[in-house]
Design a protein around this ligand. Structure first.
Ligand code: 5GP
Ligand code: ZN
Length: 110
């Protein structure tokens, strides 16, 4: 069995607060939220990060992102972040998009 944390969440072996699920993607609330709304959107299949993202999976993730943005009332704005690799600050090596909303988000990032 995979030792990957997000594969375990996708398999239901570790609990998470789900906000969206379809055939290809899963979204759940971040355990350490950086904004009032902080959701992690992942592909169910294991991809390390954006460098391994194929077009079909990207399309599934974009479709899920739009559904979540509507369901979570992100109309005032939100941010999508994909920390990638060491310099990108990635800590979990299963591709995920952070969807952040509910407050004014600063720029530039730290
Ligand atoms: P990264 O730093 O790789 O971009 O983001 C990893 C994210 O996963 C972090 O925001 C962290 O809070 C979140 N995270 C780590 N472990 C868990 C967990 O067990 N459950 C949930 N829901 N989020 C987690
Ligand atoms: Zn994984």
């Amino acid at each position: 069995m995979s030792e990957c944390l997000f594969c375990k969440i996708a398999a239901g072996q570790i609990p998470a607060k789900l906000v969206h699920e379809d055939e290809h993607t899963l979204a759940f609330r971040d355990i350490n939220p950086q904004a009032p709304q902080h959701i992690l959107l992942i592909p169910k299949k294991h991809l390390e990060n954006m460098l391994g993202l194929d077009d079909a999976t990207a399309a599934h993730m974009l479709a899920a992102m739009r559904k979540i943005a509507e369901a979570e009332n992100f109309g005032r704005g939100f941010r999508v972040v994909a920390n990638t690799g060491e310099l990108g600050g990635q800590t979990v090596y299963h591709l995920h998009w952070h969807l952040l909303s509910g407050r004014h988000l600063g720029w530039p990032p730290g």
